[in-house]
Design a protein. Structure first.
Length: 143
């Protein structure tokens, strides 16, 4: 009888050990996949700063047919996404210039730009059918 209890206890211990290795491996695998795909969240961008950026874009794009689709912190940067209804009738350099001077947050928004002191803000303009679109970095006037 004592021999049966030891076997059961040994099997239970083995199960716990194997399960913990498997869980750890799954978590590490998910973490690697997120980092490899560029979707890893950024610890260096405070949540409050991301909220401020989202608010600035949401306010400026709340009317019209351009849609602010959100912003994400990745690798110490903030990426804001704007969907336009159809391809813009401009070449890529003109779109980038337009984004930099019209779409990027206002130079007078000192509070937001202070929060973004060491954080790069990128704006991505795309259409529903073409997710590649155009990416442009906003220049921080306080840096």
């Amino acid at each position: 009888m004592m021999h049966n209890i030891n076997i059961k206890s040994g099997l239970a211990v083995c199960f716990v050990v194997v399960s913990s290795f498997m869980t750890s491996g799954c978590i590490q695998g998910q973490s690697f996949a997120a980092t490899f795909n560029g979707d890893a969240p950024s610890a260096s961008v405070p949540d409050n700063t991301l909220k401020i950026v989202k608010g600035a874009f949401y306010t400026s794009l709340s009317r019209g047919d351009w849609y602010f689709k959100g912003a994400h912190a990745t690798n110490g940067n903030i990426n804001a996404y704007i969907q336009v209804p159809e391809k813009l009738n401009m070449d890529k350099s003109n779109i980038k210039n337009y984004v930099k001077h019209v779409i990027c947050p206002n130079v007078g928004d000192d509070f937001m730009w202070q929060k973004l002191e060491h954080i790069t803000l990128n704006v991505h303009i795309y259409t529903k059918g073409d997710r590649r679109g155009v990416k442009e970095q906003c220049s921080n006037p306080l840096v």
